[in-house]
Design a binder for this molecule. Structure first.
Ligand code: C2E
Ligand code: CA
Ligand code: CA
Ligand code: CA
Length: 277
C-alpha cells in the first residue's frame, strides 16, 4: 500500500517530483563544487567622488564543469536554504584573503567587502573561524568588511548580534546590504554594529523615474548622517544617477558606470589607472 501511495503522489505531482530531482542534482553538484574548488571570485571597484578606487566587493561565480560561468543568482538562494552556503562562504573568504595579499603586494591597502549570509553566522564557531583565518594569513581585520546579506528574516537575532559585536571588537567592519528592501530592517541599525549602509540598486535605478524612490534615497542619506554611518550607492549606471547621488551627499559609489566585477588581475589594473598613486 505504501508503494502504491508513492506512485499516486508521483502521478499527480510530476512537477514537484521533477523539482525534487533537480534540487537533489544541484545539491550534489554544489557539494562537488565546494570540494573541487569550482568557485571563482570577482572584484567590483568601489569609488569615491574623485574617481579613485577606495575598496572592492568580492562577488562569487561558479565555474561549472559544463554550464559555464554561473552567476550567484543561480545558486546562492538554494545554497542558503541547504546550508551549503557555509562551504561556499569559506571558499569566498579564503579567496578574499588571498586577494588582500595580492593587492597589498601591488601597493593597495584598501578593504575588501565580502558578502556573508546570516545562515553562515548560525554555524557554530563562525567568529573564531574568521578571526583564525585572518590571523593565519596575517591580515589586519580592518582590511575585511562584511556585507550582511539576507534573503530571509533573521530568525536568531541574538546569535547574529553576538557574532557581529565579536567581529567588530576584533576590527572587522560591517556594511548593511540591500538596505530598504525585503527584510533588511531599520531596527538592525539600532542593535547591530554597522558602519556602512548600502543603498540598494533598485532605489538607484528608479530614483530619477519615481519621486518615491528619490524620497527614500534622500531619507537613507539623512538617516546615515544622523547615525554617523557611511552610505555606498550600488548599481550606479549613468552619469545622471551619479550627479543626483552626489547632490544627496553620497561619497561612495559602485556600479557599471565605473566597472563591472572583474577578475583580480583586471581589478588591479583598474586600480592602477584609477588610484591616488
Ligand atoms: P549584491 O550583494 O546586492 O551585489 C550586487 C549585485 O549587483 C552583483 O551581482 C553585481 O554584479 C551587480 N551590479 C553591480 N553593479 C551593477 C550595476 O551598475 N547595474 C546592475 N544592474 N547590477 C550591478 P552578482 O555578482 O550577480 O551578485 C548577486 C548577489 O549574489 C549579490 O547581490 C549577493 O547578494 C549574492 N552574492 C554574491 N557573492 C556572494 C557571496 O560570496 N556570498 C553570499 N552569501 N552571497 C553572494
Ligand atoms: Ca553585497
Ligand atoms: Ca545589494
Ligand atoms: Ca543582495
Amino acid at each position: 500500500a505504501k508503494a502504491k501511495g508513492r506512485n499516486l503522489v508521483e502521478y499527480y505531482q510530476p512537477q514537484i517530483q521533477a523539482d525534487a530531482i533537480a534540487r537533489a542534482a544541484l545539491y550534489d553538484e554544489l557539494r562537488d563544487a565546494i570540494d573541487e574548488g569550482q568557485f571563482v571570485v570577482y572584484f567590483q571597484p568601489q569609488m569615491n567622488g574623485l574617481g579613485e578606487v577606495v575598496g572592492c566587493e568580492a562577488l562569487v561565480r561558479w565555474q561549472h564543469p559544463y554550464r559555464g560561468l554561473l552567476s550567484p543568482s543561480e545558486f546562492i538562494e538554494f545554497a542558503e536554504e541547504t546550508k551549503l552556503i557555509v562551504g561556499i562562504g569559506r571558499c569566498v573568504l579564503d579567496a578574499a584573503c588571498n586577494a588582500i595579499h595580492e593587492l597589498e603586494a601591488h601597493g593597495f591597502d584598501y578593504p575588501v567587502s565580502v558578502n556573508i549570509s546570516v545562515e553562515q553566522m548560525y554555524e557554530d564557531g563562525f567568529v573564531a573561524e574568521v578571526i583564525a583565518l585572518l590571523a593565519a594569513k596575517q591580515i589586519p581585520p580592518q582590511r575585511l568588511c562584511i556585507e550582511l546579506t539576507e534573503s530571509s528574516m533573521i530568525k536568531d537575532t541574538q546569535t547574529v548580534t553576538e557574532c557581529m559585536h565579536a567581529l567588530r571588537a576584533a576590527g572587522v567592519s560591517f556594511s548593511l546590504d540591500d538596505f530598504g528592501t525585503g527584510y533588511s530592517s531599520l531596527a538592525y541599525l539600532k542593535s547591530l554594529p554597522i558602519q556602512e549602509i548600502k543603498l540598494d540598486l533598485r532605489f538607484v535605478r528608479d530614483m530619477l523615474k519615481h519621486t518615491q524612490d528619490a524620497a527614500i534615497a534622500k531619507l537613507v542619506f539623512a538617516l546615515a548622517r544622523e547615525l554617523d554611518m557611511d552610505v555606498i550607492a550600488e548599481g550606479v549606471e549613468t552619469q545622471e544617477q551619479y550627479e543626483f547621488l552626489r547632490q544627496l551627499g553620497c561619497k561612495y559609489y559602485q556600479g557599471y558606470l565605473f566597472a563591472r566585477a572583474l577578475p583580480l588581475a583586471d581589478f588591479i589594473a583598474f586600480s592602477r589607472s584609477n588610484g591616488t598613486e
